[in-house]
Design a protein around this ligand. Structure first.
Ligand code: ADP
Ligand code: MG
Length: 474
């Protein structure tokens, strides 16, 4: 913990007062979520969970994360155009993982038909933890890159003000003034607006492809409102709406309810459960269209855990990005140990190692959204069961990152105020736009700090585990 907060934890009365101020400030600032009881209505809302205090983040690691973001944008975009790499990398996975296989089939199908899309928009978030070595040094280690539906760029733009007020209430005016402004939503909208402009039809709209249950709608509204500010019309539709009312014209322009769609921004579509047959058909229709998909299906595949693991192999980055040795070095410096569980000697060896020492690893399937990874004893049991079956190849293994915990208070509606030992995960939002072969925009546009109690191995904010936070650079 930042040395400055220790006195706070020792003063329960001040903490209680500050927490009351914090909750009201969050509500006023719009750090909001719909409730679990009424996820379809904004009549009653809660504040989104957040920390009472900003968390200490080493300045050098924070700057390192920003400095490598354009490299990761370039890398993701490059992979999305490399059919051979995606085919080879995902070959073993799609034999056993039905979800990845179905995405891959759509990918191949649209390539065979020929892409109608000529403008490409990537919005991703590269997530990191601060690994603490035995000698006490900390290192920036990438957890994953989210290439679809990376969220909280809206709500997080409002937490710095809340934390600034809390610090002032606690008598820390100088510290409050050091919190950084942060507005990812504005940057995401900038990318969407650029893609919309290059698509080149004034009357076309931006379509947010949203979930059936929309608890996190306010986060999305932040981006929507930034687009409306630019006089770009936004509509919200679900896969079901696209199935029922979406169509393509002769030049594969996408229409829904009589409106042409320039950009499809997915905030849905990354978990198998949402796809029934009709929704798969809707996804195919969108992918076949000329509309700018954020992400297109190739970019979604570029964000799989299997791709991440193959990128860590010596030589892979160099092959994908020849002529970019500095970018390659910056990215590689953030990689944790990642291991293939493909059939063969390499996979056998690492599986045996993980069974013998499960605390050293995380076992990850090809899934997004939190709560899917396996740790400790559960990791051991599952790996023991599948170690001799092809099912093994649907997972990858990763070294477990071990950050230094710090004390904080996780503020959640209807939960008691108590101090917790916490660890944080830093995300950097990246945005890029490509027209044909030319990258016309490539930027890092903001950050997200999420913090959770150490007793939870896995899970993000939407999963109810982590909460929103603000970095306090030290
Ligand atoms: P998802 O796609 O489900 O978000 P992640 O790879 O981000 O999958 O993992 C989910 C969570 O699990 C992370 O937010 C982090 O808290 C934890 N986690 C993932 N990988 C590691 C790791 N290598 N070491 C420690 N914790 C990890
Ligand atoms: Mg994640």
């Amino acid at each position: 913990m930042a040395a400055g907060w220790r006195d706070v934890v020792r003063d329960p009365a001040a903490v209680r007062d500050a927490a009351a101020v914090a909750v009201d400030a969050a509500l006023l600032a719009g750090v909001l979520m719909r409730t679990g009881e009424q996820p379809h209505s904004s009549d009653v809302v809660n504040y989104a969970p957040f920390t009472l205090l900003p968390s200490a983040v080493p300045r050098a690691l924070f700057e390192q994360a920003y400095a490598v973001q354009q490299d990761f944008n370039l890398l993701v975009d490059t992979i999305s155009q490399n059919k051979g790499f995606l085919e080879q990398t995902l070959a073993s996975t799609i034999k056993v993982d039905d979800f990845t296989a179905r995405l891959f089939r759509i990918y191949m199908q649209v390539l065979e038909e020929g892409l109608a899309q000529t403008v490409f928009l990537g919005i991703n978030r590269s997530d990191y933890m601060f690994d603490c070595g035995v000698d006490g040094t900390t290192a920036l280690k990438q957890i994953e890159i989210n290439t679809i539906a990376a969220s909280f760029g809206g709500l997080t733009s409002r937490t710095a003000d809340v934390h600034g007020l809390v610090l002032k209430v606690l008598g820390k005016t100088k510290e409050a003034s050091r919190l950084l402004p942060n507005n990812p939503a504005e940057g995401l909208a900038l990318g969407i607006a650029k893609a919309w402009e290059l698509y080149g039809s004034q009357s076309a709209v931006v379509m947010f492809l949203v979930e059936e249950i929309q608890r996190n709608i306010f986060d999305q509204r932040c981006v929507e409102n930034e687009l409306w500010k630019r006089n770009i019309q936004v509509i919200r539709r679900r896969f079901r709406d696209v199935f029922e009312k979406g169509s393509l014209d002769d030049s594969r322009r996408l229409y829904i309810d009589g409106q042409e769609v320039a950009v499809v921004y997915y905030r849905e579509g990354y978990v198998p459960q949402v796809y029934d047959q009709q929704n798969w058909e809707a996804r195919l229709l969108l992918e076949r269209s000329r509309a700018v998909k954020c992400p297109d299906i190739a970019t979604q595949l570029a964000g799989t855990k299997k791709v991440q693991q193959e990128l860590s192999r010596p030589g892979t980055l160099e092959k994908l990005l020849p002529g970019h040795p500095e970018a390659v070095a910056r990215m590689r410096a953030t990689f944790a140990g990642l291991y293939s569980l493909d059939e063969g000697e390499e996979g056998d060896k690492i599986a045996a190692k993980a069974i013998a020492d499960p605390e050293r690893f995380v076992l990850k399937p090809q899934r997004e959204g939190g709560g899917n990874n396996l740790y400790g004893e559960e990791l051991r049991q599952v790996l023991e069961k599948i170690k001799d079956s092809p099912e093994r190849t649907s997972y990858i293994l990763m070294d477990k990152i071990k950050p230094q915990p710090a004390l904080n208070y996780l503020l959640r509606a209807h939960s008691p105020l108590q101090v917790s030992e916490c660890i944080s995960e830093l995300g950097i939002f990246g945005v890029y736009v490509r027209q044909g072969q030319e990258l016309v925009l490539n930027e890092a546009v903001g950050h997200l700090l999420r913090t959770k109690a150490i007793e939870h191995a896995d899970g993000g904010v939407a999963a109810g585990v982590a909460v929103l936070d603000t970095p306090y650079l030290v």
